[in-house]
Design a protein around this ligand. Structure first.
Ligand SMILES: [Zn+2]
Length: 86
């Protein structure tokens, strides 16, 4: 009987601990998604643009970190690489 109570308590503690660890992993995912030592890629010479197909807004990309395409007008922007005009 006592053994069962001990097992129940231990199980409850393990389940609670796993839950806390899982919550921390989920909440901290945004901050730790990118390695700290990863240098953003310098793409200023490549003329890379994020283009919104809906309204035509263009963002010029000069430094590209982790590949995360921004959204505009609710849609993912297109990544366009154009030859240098200069
Ligand atoms: Zn737009």
């Amino acid at each position: 009987m006592v053994v069962r109570v001990v097992i129940a308590v231990v199980l409850a503690l393990v389940i609670g601990w796993v839950g806390i660890v899982a919550l921390r992993a989920v909440s901290g995912a945004g901050r730790t998604a990118r390695p700290r030592d990863a240098e953003p890629e310098d793409v200023a010479d490549l003329d890379v643009f994020f283009v919104c197909r809906e309204c035509g807004t263009e963002f010029r990309v000069t430094r590209l970190g982790e590949a995360q395409v921004p959204r505009h007008c609710g849609e993912r922007m297109d990544v366009v690489r154009r030859p240098s005009t200069i």
